[in-house]
Structure formats: structure tokens, C-alpha cells
Design a protein around this ligand. Structure first.
Ligand code: KG4
Ligand code: ZN
Length: 338
């Protein structure tokens, strides 16, 4: 018999609900919160309020699109953390009460593990999925990690950022250039028209498989500040090249450690996940590296790169198979490594 899981994601500024039939996606609805754009970043209080407004309509649409009735659901999976506490509370409380009303179990999901497991959401016949063990580079607004994934429940962090995340580096570089939030997609678009070798920025020298992006951000800031002294139109005149050059450096740093992780572990099954995995430069460079290093690479489709509930539902599905359910007294957490 098939298992129907409703996934709920509310960790940051996207309210999302999705339905899976086993691993097969039936719906994945995402309500973005445009309200944060004018503030140049996510305002937690506004995010929780918007989740509260969006959650019921988003779930109704997800069920309708999936063409299933709520009493067909076997369990409800929700993001427990990491994320903004006020936002997480909305999804958690909703999941608990809806599940209680339906008399079905709840499943708590770690957002970072869910990004990785999004590779197992089935969209079409014959879809290639990673085989275990594989390495996943998770690159989002809050995290940058190289994870060794031995099974859906066994994951180990091999490397992580010691300061800013890769997404943060994109967002901060964009902010310095006066681009709107979130800056990653803006940089991506501009970079496509620019010269990545026009400007060079120092790559961080961090031991092992860890990352650091705060020094890069600072050198980008000083470089721009110094050039604005001589030419106040410096950014405007060079914006595509600036975007291409900073993007090139971030990608180079990301891939050099990933290459090292693969060589050290001997694992050639390589996946990427998280918001920054939508970046077209990263996708292209990863494919190039893959052909040189003889990797099998797995790149998520765009709807699974940024925050979405289908990834929460698939993580929930694997826990459902293990009968790993949560109790009604569960509370969200703001921080967790994995
Ligand atoms: O995974 P995600 O949606 O949320 C977190 O869990 O953080 O990631 C959001 C991050 C933001 O920093 C955003 O700028 C970045 O992903 N991002 C991109 C692109 N699309 C989203 N960065 C670079 N290029 C993109 N195309
Ligand atoms: Zn995320």
C-alpha cells in the first residue's frame, strides 16, 4: 500500500506544503514572502506573521493539487529546525494540531538533512538518484557543508564554514553592490554577462575541508570602496564583471574543497543541494569538474534548490519507514549542525 506524507516547511521566509505518494511528488506549493525585499533581508517578526497567514491556504492547495483527501494522509512531516524560531513554531504547531485532528503521526525533520534528501524525490520515470555513500555539498543562506551520506539517516559532516555561508557571501556581495535581497540570483544573472577573470580576490587559506567566506566579503567591500573614491560610477560601469569575478571566486573555493573531499574519501558520487545550488555558474563548473574527476553528479531541479516542503516530505518518508515518529510535546530548535 502506498504511503502519503504531507510535508510542511516554514523555517525562514517561504511557507511550503507538499504531498508525496511514497517517493513520488504529487504537489509542492511554495508561498514566497515578498514583504522582506524592501528591508534588504528577512525580518523574523514579519516572517512568522506571513507564515500564519499562508499556511492553511498553502496546505489546502497542496492537497487539492495532489488530488487526495486529508484523511488519506499517513503522516505529517515538518521542519523542526534549524531556522527562525518564530517561523518554525508556526509550521510545528500547525503540523501537530492537523495530525492530532486526523489521528496520524508527526515526523520531525532537520532542514539540512532534508536539503540533501531532496535528491530522492521522484519527479519522472528513470530518474537517476545518488547511491550510498555519496558526498553532498550543501550550500544555502545559512550553511555550507560537505556531508558524507551513508544512508538516509546516517550523515557525517566532513567540512563546514567557520564563519559566513556561501549564500551569505553572495547576498553580502550583492548588498555591497546595491542589489536587492536575496542577492544570489541577482549576482548569477549579472555574472552571465561578465568577465570572471577581470578582477581577482584572495582565496581563503583554511585547513582541511572547512570553508571561510568572511575575508572574501571584506576584500570585496574594500576593493569597491577604494575604487569608488576615484570613480563614483565604478559599480555601475563594472557590475557584470564584478558579479562574475566574485561568483567565480566563491565557486572556485567551493569546488576545490569538494574535490579534496572526494579524493580523500574515494567517493565519486557527488551531489549538491541548497539555495546556492541553483547558481548557473556553480552547476556549469561542477559538470566540468565531474568530467575531469570522473564523478557521477546529482544536481537538484530548480524547485528543490531553495526551501520547499517536498524535501521535508521525503525526509519524513524515510523516517516513516523506520517508524521514527515524534511526540506532541516536541519543540523546534533554531540551531543544529546537521
Ligand atoms: O536553501 P535556501 O533557500 O535557504 C536557506 O536554507 O538558507 O538558500 C537561500 C540562499 C540565499 O543566500 C540566496 O541568495 C541563495 O540561496 N541563492 C543563490 C541563487 N539562488 C538562491 N545564490 C547564488 N545563485 C543563485 N542562483
Ligand atoms: Zn534551506
Amino acid at each position: 500500500m502506498s504511503i502519503y506524507i504531507l510535508g510542511i516547511e516554514s523555517s525562514c521566509d517561504d511557507t511550503s506544503a507538499a504531498v508525496l505518494k511514497d517517493q513520488q511528488i504529487l504537489s509542492n506549493i511554495i508561498a514566497n514572502q515578498s514583504i522582506h525585499q524592501s528591508f534588504g533581508g528577512v525580518v523574523p517578526e514579519l516572517a512568522s506573521r506571513a507564515h500564519q497567514q499562508n499556511i492553511i491556504p498553502v496546505v489546502e492547495i497542496a492537497l487539492r493539487e495532489a488530488k487526495i483527501r486529508k484523511n488519506q494522509l499517513n503522516a505529517i512531516a515538518f521542519t523542526r529546525g534549524p531556522g527562525l524560531l518564530g517561523s518554525l513554531l508556526v509550521g510545528t504547531s500547525f503540523a501537530k494540531s492537523f495530525a492530532m485532528g486526523l489521528g496520524i503521526p508527526i515526523i520531525e525533520v532537520n532542514h539540512l538533512r532534508a536539503h540533501i534528501l531532496s535528491h530522492f524525490v521522484k519527479e519522472k520515470e528513470g530518474q537517476k538518484m545518488p547511491s550510498f555513500p555519496f558526498l553532498c555539498l550543501t550550500v544555502s543562506g545559512g550553511h555550507t557543508q560537505i556531508v558524507k551520506v551513508s544512508s538516509p539517516s546516517k550523515m557525517e559532516i566532513l567540512g563546514t564554514t567557520i564563519d559566513d555561508a556561501a549564500g551569505e557571501a553572495f547576498d553580502k556581495a550583492a548588498k555591497i553592490m546595491g542589489l536587492p535581497y536575496p542577492g544570489g540570483p541577482q549576482i548569477d544573472k549579472l555574472a552571465a554577462k561578465g568577465d570572471p577573470l577581470r578582477f581577482s580576490f584572495p582565496e581563503p587559506k583554511i585547513q582541511g575541508l572547512n570553508y571561510s567566506f568572511s575575508g572574501l566579503k571584506t576584500s570585496f567591500l574594500y576593493f569597491i570602496r577604494d575604487n569608488l573614491i576615484n570613480d563614483q560610477n565604478f559599480i555601475e560601469k563594472n557590475k557584470s564583471d564584478l558579479a562574475a569575478s566574485i561568483q567565480y571566486t566563491i565557486i572556485k573555493v567551493l569546488l576545490s574543497k569538494l574535490k579534496r573531499a572526494s579524493r580523500e574519501s574515494g567517493i565519486k558520487e557527488i551531489a549538491i543541494a541548497g539555495g546556492v545550488s541553483a547558481n548557473s555558474g556553480l552547476r556549469k563548473s561542477l559538470m566540468e569538474t565531474a568530467s575531469k574527476e570522473k564523478w557521477n553528479v546529482y544536481i537538484p531541479s530548480f524547485q528543490f534548490t531553495t526551501d520547499n516542503a517536498a524535501m521535508i516530505a521525503i525526509a519524513g518518508y524515510f523516517k516513516y519507514l523506520d517508524k521514527d515518529f515524534a511526540t506532541q510535546d516536541i519543540t523546534p530548535y533554531a540551531k543544529s549542525k546537521l
